[in-house]
Design a protein around this ligand. Structure first.
Ligand SMILES: CC(C)(COP(=O)(O)OP(=O)(O)OC[C@H]1O[C@@H](n2cnc3c(N)ncnc32)[C@H](O)[C@@H]1OP(=O)(O)O)[C@@H](O)C(=O)NCCC(=O)NCCS
Length: 147
C-alpha cells in the first residue's frame, strides 16, 4: 500500500473540505480548519499520487495529544487507509513522548469506534447529547489511549 503523509497547510484546505463535506453529516467549516491550524494544531494529509485519501487534525495539550478531526474519503474507505493514518498519529505521539491520545467519537459511529477500540483506545466518559444529529442529539464517547 503506497501513500504519502504530509503536513497540512492552508493550500490543502479546498481538497480537505471536499472530503470533510462528503464524510460527515455535520462537517467542520473552512474557518474551523484555519482556526485550528493557526492556533497550534497539526494537520496531516494523506494522498496517493494525485488522489486525496484523508486527513487528521491533532492538537497537542502539554503531554496529551487530542485527535480533533479524522477522516478518509468515502470512496477510499475500507482499504486500510484509516488504520495507516491512525498508525501515523500514534507514532507521532510516541516519538515526541506524549503520554496519551484523547478523542471523541459519536456513539453511533460504529466504524470509527471499532477502529479506535482495536487500536487500544478505551472509553473514559461520555458527553451527553454533545453532537447534533438529524432529528436530535447524540452522545460523544470520550476515549483515551496510553502511549
Ligand atoms: C472511520 C474511518 C476513518 C475508517 O477508515 P477506513 O479507511 O475505512 O478504515 P480501515 O479500512 O483502515 O479499517 C480499519 C478498521 O476500522 C474498522 N472499520 C472500518 N470501517 C468499518 C465499518 N464500516 N464497520 C465496522 N468497523 C469498521 C475495522 O475494525 C477495520 O479493521 P478490519 O478491516 O480489520 O476489520 C472512515 O470510515 C471515515 O473516515 N469515516 C467518516 C468520518 C469519521 O467518522 N471519522 C471519525 C470521526 S471520530
Amino acid at each position: 500500500m503506497n501513500y504519502c503523509i504530509d503536513k497540512m497547510t492552508e493550500q490543502h484546505l479546498s481538497q480537505v473540505m471536499a472530503i470533510e463535506q462528503s464524510a460527515f453529516t455535520h462537517p467542520w467549516s473552512l474557518q474551523n480548519f484555519k482556526d485550528s491550524l493557526r492556533s497550534g494544531s497539526l494537520g496531516l494529509v494523506m494522498t496517493k499520487d494525485t488522489e486525496w485519501l484523508g486527513y487528521t487534525v491533532i492538537m497537542p495539550v502539554i503531554d496529551e495529544l487530542h485527535i480533533l478531526n479524522f477522516a478518509i474519503a468515502p470512496l477510499k474507505q475500507h482499504q486500510g487507509f484509516g488504520q495507516k493514518l491512525l498508525d501515523e498519529v500514534i507514532d507521532f505521539g510516541r516519538q515526541r513522548h506524549f503520554k496519551d491520545i484523547y478523542l471523541e467519537v459519536r456513539e453511533e459511529n460504529v466504524a470509527a469506534h471499532h477502529l479506535y477500540v482495536i487500536n487500544g483506545f478505551t472509553e473514559i466518559g461520555r458527553r451527553k447529547g454533545y453532537y447534533p444529529k438529524v432529528g436530535g442529539r447524540e452522545d460523544a464517547i470520550v476515549m483515551r489511549k496510553y502511549l
